[in-house]
Design a protein around this ligand. Structure first.
Ligand SMILES: Nc1ncnc2c1ncn2[C@@H]1O[C@H](COP(=O)(O)OP(=O)(O)O)[C@@H](O)[C@H]1O
Ligand SMILES: [Mg+2]
Length: 245
């Protein structure tokens, strides 16, 4: 049985079908990349799965049970974690306290939360920053804290939207290495979006491609990189025509 199943999911906004009958499955332990140009529908799909949006049609199942229409706290309790947007991280709290906020989604005593936070900060290579205020940190470290907070909720699947946004090439490489490390250490399933396809190619076992709200391809990274529909979606008809001559 798949860990996450999305069946015929459709989400419309005024004048746009952001997700058009999308179906796919994710197995436990996989790293799956969701790519597509800006506006393809990646964030909307994530929001429908975690419960920020209610799909117009379709079903989402987690561990075989329907979770369609669940609220975010319910999908989180079921085991779906997503990175907190940087805006939701409190700048006046320390890094360690922010990670404890994630633990407090499950535990109520601060000693346990503090211990868990210390362990996660260690894994995320953030020990040096533990007592720093969030607003003193560079963007790359803030993103790692966002990941640490999500990990502290002990998800079965972690969904990361635009993993490389705001990072330079070196920081992007470090983030990708860190994702591989937490995948191995935490027995996690990862579902990662990125509009720059090269970022998720090296870590993904499987790639799903969206364009204009539709799933246009799914497969191994190497096959996806050579798929004419995917190339066309990213670069336009001209590039494909040029390659043929
Ligand atoms: N809350 C919203 N209200 C109206 N339109 C939206 C909303 N969110 C997204 N859209 C539209 O849905 C489409 C998909 O957007 P999005 O899911 O953010 O794409 P991506 O994350 O792949 O860049 C776009 O055309 C976008 O303008
Ligand atoms: Mg997006």
């Amino acid at each position: 049985m798949a860990l996450l199943e999305v069946i015929g999911l459709t989400k419309k906004f005024v004048g746009v079908v952001a997700n058009d009958r999308i179906s796919f499955e994710i197995e436990k332990g996989e790293i799956v990349g969701l790519i597509g140009p800006n506006g393809a529908g990646k964030t909307t799909l994530f929001n429908c799965i975690v419960g920020y949006h209610k799909p117009d049609q379709g079903t989402v199942k987690f561990n075989g049970k329907p979770i369609t229409g669940f609220k975010p706290f319910q999908t989180n309790r079921a085991g779906i974690g997503r990175t907190f947007q940087i805006m939701s991280i409190s700048g006046s709290l320390s890094v360690s306290e922010n990670v404890m906020v994630g633990s407090f989604c499950r535990v109520s005593d601060s000693r346990t939360a503090r211990q868990e936070a210390a362990e996660i900060l260690n894994l995320m290579e953030l020990e040096q920053e533990a007592q720093a205020r969030m607003n003193e940190l560079p963007i790359a470290a803030q993103k790692r804290v966002g990941l640490a907070m999500a990990l502290a909720t002990k998800p079965k699947i972690l969904m990361l939207d635009e993993v490389a946004a705001g990072l330079n090439p070196r920081e992007t490489e470090e983030m990708v290495a860190l994702l591989q490390k937490i995948h191995a250490a935490k027995d996690l399933t990862l579902f990662v979006t990125e509009h720059v396809m090269e970022v998720v190619m090296p870590i993904s076992q499987r790639i799903i491609v969206l364009d204009g709200g539709q799933k246009i391809a799914e497969g191994k990274p190497r096959d996806i990189a050579n798929d004419e529909r995917v190339i066309r979606a990213y670069l336009g008809e001209k590039y494909v025509e040029g390659r043929k001559h």
